[in-house]
Design a protein around this ligand. Structure first.
Ligand code: CA
Length: 239
């Protein structure tokens, strides 16, 4: 069943938790409400889909291991329904399920956290995803992307660190700007390949590792901002 718990703040964002384990559900609900989110809950994939359509939440926390239709199928159905197509999804996964994470990200999930996760990590991920979907002045349309003294000029195709221009290949430039447009979001190698060379070009996903290695070297002190997400892919993170 679905329940809604209202907090006093009417402008609070609503988070739908789809999770079948009552203990985890309780902890999540408690912490989200403490952080001033409204919470809706569902204990199965079927109820979760119904709740997503009915309550129009701002974000979904989706457990992948659910009875009945599992989390990946829920994710697929959310993306196939125009009412929920753009709804941000953070997957809750168990250790050692990187293959499922890759599938989930390919299906359009925004991020994931591995159980057992810390509350502060989860809250940081939620905030990062919600921040990314907020339309901000000059954000995605901006002509430059920045991280510290690293600047990417999208119009001139120029990258600089501390005001010094870097010589990047076109692929490296595309890779860096793609990652920096969605800082904090993890992408699979296939997603990065599509972004860099297009879906019709035949290259293996491991080619991305070569591009990343070359790019990191050229970025110098900012190389470590491209973080390897083991078994999954890469994300750009200001560390
Ligand atoms: Ca579960």
């Amino acid at each position: 069943m679905t329940t809604n718990t209202m907090n006093s703040a009417t402008s609070a964002q609503t988070i739908l938790i789809i999770e079948d384990e009552p203990d985890i559900m309780e902890v999540l609900k408690y912490n989200l409400e403490k952080n001033r989110y409204r919470v809706a809950t569902a204990g199965s994939g079927e109820d979760g889909l119904a709740a997503a359509r009915a309550t129009q939440p701002d974000l979904v926390l989706l457990d992948l291991m659910l009875p009945g239709i599992d989390g990946l199928e829920v994710c697929r159905k959310l993306r196939d329904d125009e009412r929920t197509r753009d709804l941000p999804v953070i997957m809750l996964t168990a250790k050692g399920t990187e293959a499922d994470v890759v599938v989930g990200l390919t299906l359009g999930a925004d991020d994931y956290v591995v159980k057992p996760f810390s509350t502060s990590e989860l809250m940081a991920r939620i905030k990062a995803v919600l921040r990314r979907i907020e339309p901000r002045e000059g954000d995605s349309d901006s002509e430059t992307l920045n991280a510290g003294s690293l600047t990417v000029d999208l119009r001139k195709h120029e990258v600089s660190v501390d005001g010094k221009a870097l010589e990047l290949t076109l692929s490296e430039f595309k890779l860096l700007s793609f990652l920096m447009r969605k800082k904090g979001r993890v992408f699979t190698r296939d997603q990065l390949l599509d972004a860099v060379v297009g879906p019709d070009v035949f290259v293996t996903a491991r080619n991305i590792d070569v591009h990343v290695a070359a790019l990191r070297k050229k970025l110098g002190k900012y190389g470590s901002y491209i973080v390897t997400v083991r078994g999954v892919g890469y994300r750009f993170e200001e560390v």
